[in-house]
Design a protein around this ligand. Sequence first.
Ligand code: FES
Ligand code: FES
Length: 188
Amino acid sequence: MSVKFSVNGKPAEFDGAEDAPLLWVVREHLGLTGSKFGCGIGACGACTMHIDGAPARTCIMPVMMAQGRQITTIEGLSRNTDHPVQKAWIALDVPQCGYCQSGMIMAAAHLLSRHPEPTDADIDREMTNLCRCATYVRIRAAIHLAAKLARAAHSASEDARERTFPSEASGQRGHSKLRAPETNAKAK
Ligand code: FES
Ligand code: FES
């Protein structure tokens, strides 16, 4: 069976056993080895990729379920390793052996897309990946730092937009002062 999908914005195709795990196809067939094989039973999260924007444990996902879907791996999370989560991970030197970390980063990126200012409780609830080196304390700190970096980047881009398109920005600010035209004035 031929399965067609997209990986990191590029079309991909697999012609083989439809129940082959997506992780195996991405690593062995497409050569993207950033996602890891840990437990093979959907428990550890080392194999986490985003499927249509949501995290999935791809060691237990048959490739046929990827038909027509958009897959993002750690290699496609950002262009220059500059996703806020990646920057925070580097700044705080999070990994120890590193084996679980691509899955952790993918899970954290999705967490931040849903919770731009996550609490410790949000992090504990959403980050269910396992780390044998117990880097959990650094992971939590890095997620908080990534949230700050993402907010700073967002306000910097808003400022730049305002400098580039001042009339548009001031027009938007002034919208609340616009009054509806008095279209029925002559009807009296
Ligand atoms: S390798 Fe997929 S969840 Fe552990
Ligand atoms: S850093 Fe070693 S398993 Fe997580």
